[in-house]
Design a binder for this molecule. Structure first.
Ligand SMILES: [Zn+2]
Length: 91
């Protein structure tokens, strides 16, 4: 009773890589899990039979957020110089 047996689903097509007979399925805690041995795609089926995609942290690395492109930013260096005169030393 360590790991549930994983069975290949004959004729199943992976929704990610579109290959056939690469999907393995197993039940765990009453939830059906599927995984593709080719591309690593994995999802689970909830009690309603809806596919819940699951990310494998071993294979799928989240895309690093892109730094803001400086060329997109408008040049705003020339602000009104009067606004910077916040402290008048002569008063
Ligand atoms: Zn696949």
């Amino acid at each position: 009773m360590s790991t549930p047996p994983k069975r290949f689903i004959a004729g199943a097509v992976c929704p990610a890589c579109s290959r056939m007979d690469t999907i393995r399925s197993w039940h765990e805690d009453g939830v059906m899990h599927r995984e593709c041995v080719e591309c690593g795609y994995a999802d689970s089926l909830d009690e309603r039979g809806n596919s819940v995609p699951r990310e494998l942290d071993t294979r799928v690395t989240p895309a690093a957020p892109k730094p803001a492109d400086p060329q997109v930013q408008p040049v705003k260096f020339f602000v009104n110089p009067r606004l910077k005169k916040d402290a008048d030393p002569q008063s």
